[in-house]
Design a binder for this molecule. Sequence first.
Ligand code: ZN
Length: 259
Amino acid sequence: MRIGILSDIHGNLEALQTVLADIDSKGVDKIISLGDIIGYGPDPVACVDLVAKRCEWSLMGNHDFAVLYEPTNFNKAAEDAAFWTREQFEKEAKRDCEAATRRWEFLGKLRVRFIMGPFLCVHGSPRRPINEYMFPEDADSSAGKMASIFERIDKFCLVGHTHVPGVFMGAKEFFKPHEIDNVFEFPEGEKVILNPGSVGQPRDSDSRASYMILETKDDLTALRANFYRVEYPIQPVVEKIYAIPKLTNWLGDRLIEGR
Ligand code: ZN
């Protein structure tokens, strides 16, 4: 089985469309999303509709939660973006009430955790599934945190949230995709946490959209994970962000810089 793994789309429609086209050209059996479909980006409504159409399921990210319920621990720019995003869904409700209801229902049913064979899937971490970040440097400097997180998984875990792709192995090691030639072969008897990186707002100094294709046996026994980057038309997205006063220009600039 081949499973496309998306995360942190953040209302970036151009990036999402480019990644979906790339996935289609490679061929998968299904696609899943690890959350943060919306927040920051200029096309939240279209991204929710496309994820609802193309993904088998999606997790609840902290930004989805912020728009649906309320922002928690957000800085001013992120909070403004969350409220602007919510307004877009409310505007759509006036235009097409039925479609709007479907969207709110879809967002309301986003899962906090999902178990897919040997994989626990959460947006943040197994400990705090919506909000906790697992940064690459935690493998070096936060032994207690990582041990506590790894205690909570049986085998493998998929997370998003940091927008940094890579693999945590056995609580003390982190590999960037290029360090493993963009392919990770699942080892026997070792716990592993993988992050596919962000489709719509990469933060590893590489502006290209990031995603992963997981290869498993039919019974979901893990075989390998393939990391991919694709260039997408960034400038139109940046222009849209600049044109929206409630989205700070930094949200456009950071797409260009990949941070
Ligand atoms: Zn995010």
